[in-house]
Design a protein around this ligand. Structure first.
Ligand code: PLP
Length: 459
């Protein structure tokens, strides 16, 4: 065995090989030496355990090259999301519009007027440009941008109701996932939660009776990821706003998703619109940048100028503010809403949501021969009607009719199916589908790069 150890080449002798010199030119001397040291260690380990040299001992340069490539692969790998969920939180939610991507890249490459006013060369405010745009789009008086909608809720509560009571219906104490629960956020913000009503029914009188000396806010939370059905009663935003005016209390609404356009015009289920709540008199409305809006991760708060001012002055705002890259991408996304008739074409989220089953079915028929050629021996390949989800807690009950490619193992074996899903996950651009009823379902609603898909399924 010690003989085998002696057969391992020294780092110096390896570095003299011409293939290694090429690697050193590409990756740098320091990194190459580090990887060769790792290889020496693993070769020794191999000899100790297997009593033979590793196969790659024949060609250290080639093995070093593949290890270097492996190490350099991003931890944020682009994937093909064929899971059937358009806004998939674990896959990064909204895919940005090309104009938003370009705006983000410009802001990354160059200094920008983030907090600089070109009018007088003085200090500007980082939210100003977006706030003006949001006011135009929603009719609000002012706006504030933070890191995500969870941060928006935290900031609204911390700035407007510290040490005070906030009234919320029991039926709206949502958990969004990732440990965001309304009661916990209240605690973090230093407010006291005053629950009113019951799980299924809350009346206006429940809110009215709960108002006390130290009540600071009336809050409404959109139950975006669940629905209570049956014998139910919820107080509408309009009723709550009227009570707020009567009692001189601000009414804040956490919309979660919220859509700046009326989705029903595309035959999609309706989602509450921030501008309608502003028109109805809500004091503040918050929603996410990367849910139905289709932009980068952000929390948007719109509403009354005096209240937004208090949010902007609060120390937490500094901790929750967004950077120039997010602001640039969000601004470009919002700009698209000025051309609503072109939105379904330009905004990927809306483009995916508005695809018809007919269109997706036609795409499936186009792809079927290539998928059969690649997998037909082991799998029965077919097209099947499926229903896609919007995702991110938006419209949880509603489904969108679409079409999926289904791959069913001819031998009926679960391990054949697992081997396929593993192979698809291990490709250069992993293909993410969904297992259902012994088959792999690839929902085509969100597939645009057909050539890439065929390449990934064929290798
Ligand atoms: C999604 C959601 C949140 C959290 O928003 P993020 O942007 O994910 O932080 C808060 N409230 C409601 C009602 C939501 O749907």
């Amino acid at each position: 065995m010690s003989n085998l150890f002696h057969q391992l080449p020294s780092i110096d002798s390896l570095l003299r090989q011409s293939a290694m010199q090429a690697l050193s030119a590409e990756w740098g001397h320091v990194r190459l030496v580090a990887i060769l040291r790792e290889m020496q260690q693993s070769a020794r380990e191999h000899i100790r355990q297997q009593h033979q040299l590793p196969a790659w001992n024949q060609d250290w340069a080639n093995h070093a090259r593949s290890l270097l490539h492996q190490q350099s692969r991003s931890g944020l790998r682009p994937v093909l999301n064929l899971s059937g969920t358009v806004l998939h939180t674990n896959l990064g939610r909204a895919q940005l519009a090309e104009t938003a991507v370009a705006a983000a890249a410009r802001a990354m490459r160059s200094p920008v007027t983030l907090e600089y006013s070109l009018d007088d060369a003085g200090r500007g405010h980082r939210d100003r440009a977006l706030a003006d745009l949001l006011c135009q789009l929603t009719g609000a008086e002012d706006a504030c941008i933070v890191n995500n909608n969870a941060a928006a809720v935290l900031l609204m509560l911390a700035a407007l109701a510290p040490g005070k009571q906030v009234i919320v219906s029991r039926g709206e104490l949502v958990e969004i996932g990732g440990a965001f629960r309304i009661p916990d956020v209240m605690t973090q913000a230093g407010c006291t939660l005053r629950e009113v009503g019951t799980t299924n029914r809350t009346h206006l009188k429940d809110y009215r009776q709960a108002i006390e000396e130290d009540t600071a806010l009336l809050m409404k939370v959109h139950t975006s990821n669940y629905q209570i059905q049956g014998f139910t009663r919820a107080v509408s935003e309009a009723e709550l706003i009227a009570l707020g005016e009567e009692s001189d209390l601000p009414v804040v609404v956490d919309l979660g998703s919220g859509s700046l356009i009326d989705l029903s015009q595309y035959g999609l289920p309706e989602e509450p619109m921030p501008q309608r709540l502003i028109a109805a008199g809500a004091s503040l409305v918050s929603f996410s940048g990367d849910k139905l809006l289709g932009g980068p991760q952000a929390g948007i708060i719109i509403g009354k100028k005096a209240l937004i001012e208090r949010l902007q002055q609060h120390p937490l705002k500094r901790a929750l503010r967004v950077d120039k890259v997010t602001l640039a991408a969000l601004e470009a996304t919002l700009q698209l809403y000025r051309q609503p008739d072109k939105l379904a074409e330009q905004l990927p989220t809306l483009r995916f949501l508005t695809r018809t089953r007919q269109d997706i079915q036609a795409q499936g028929l186009r792809l079927l021969p290539a998928v059969e050629a690649a997998c037909g021996q082991q799998f029965c390949v077919a097209l099947a009607p499926c229903s896609s989800q919007i995702g991110s807690g938006s419209l949880p009950i509603e489904r969108l009719p679409g079409t999926a490619l289904t791959l069913t193992p001819r031998d009926g074996s679960g391990s054949t199916l697992m081997a396929l899903t593993r192979k698809l996950r291990e490709g250069d651009v992993p293909v993410i589908g969904r297992i259902h009823d012994g088959s792999l379902w690839l929902d085509l609603r969100t597939l645009e790069d057909e050539e890439l898909f065929i390449r990934m399924i064929s290798t």
